[in-house]
Design a protein around this ligand. Structure first.
Ligand SMILES: Cc1cc2nc3c(=O)[nH]c(=O)nc-3n(C[C@H](O)[C@H](O)[C@H](O)COP(=O)(O)O)c2cc1C
Length: 186
């Protein structure tokens, strides 16, 4: 049941290094492929990276820019990241057996919206496979895209390290239904 998958899914930032069949990811991409998109352009591209050296390079580029970005942090975002022990270090980029990099094709209308819907499908499909991830949105998407020779029109939207969770992770509280919906008018 989709409600069970949605309730069970949570973001994981610490992964075990044990491997798993990459077919599980391909299966989840098959689900993402069914997502709706602006004028059916299907403007997404899923790149699976499992090579240790390539993951290391991606981590190095990401962390270089994360350090700068963390120095500039202020206010609510800074507090939230500290409370959740999120730092410039992105160990998950090397620990997870695979990184799934999702690109949107900027030439298509509604490319971002469509790609993120596909990401939503992908997240639930991974959950069904018993795999975990984090939707990591790096501050350095252009630099990281270069590491994997992405064509110019492909924008890196998110990197999802995929693997088995190292520990039990708490489910973050959700807003009450009444606070996020209404009938007829606000
Ligand atoms: C668009 C988007 C961007 C996100 N970017 C990051 C990120 O860069 N780093 C990170 O650790 N988590 C990131 N997250 C994960 C959120 O922090 C997480 O989904 C949220 O706290 C709710 O927790 P849950 O996924 O466990 O329900 C992102 C999530 C979304 C939807």
């Amino acid at each position: 049941m989709i409600i069970e998958l949605a309730k069970r899914r949570r973001t994981v930032r610490e992964f075990r290094r044990d491997n798993f069949p990459v077919e599980k990811i391909v299966k989840a991409i098959e689900v993402a492929r069914e997502a709706p998109s602006g004028i059916n352009k299907q403007p997404w591209f899923f790149l699976i990276v499992g090579d240790g050296e390539r993951k290391k390079e991606i981590r190095e580029v990401a962390e270089r820019y994360e350090k700068i970005s963390f120095q500039r942090l202020r206010g609510e975002l800074k507090e939230w990241l500290e409370k959740n022990s999120i730092t410039w270090e992105k160990k998950f980029l090397e620990d997870a057996p695979y990184l799934v990099m999702v690109f949107s094709d900027a030439r298509a209308p509604y490319s971002k919206e469509s790609t993120w819907i596909a990401v939503g499908y992908f997240l639930l499909a991974l959950e069904e496979e018993g795999l975990s991830t984090v939707t990591y949105t790096p501050p350095s998407h252009r630099e990281i895209a270069k590491v994997v020779n992405a064509p110019k029109h492909y924008r890196l939207e998110v990197i999802m390290p995929v693997g088995y969770s190292k520990k039990e992770t708490e489910k973050k509280e959700r807003k009450k239904l009444n606070d996020i919906m209404a009938f007829e008018h606000f």
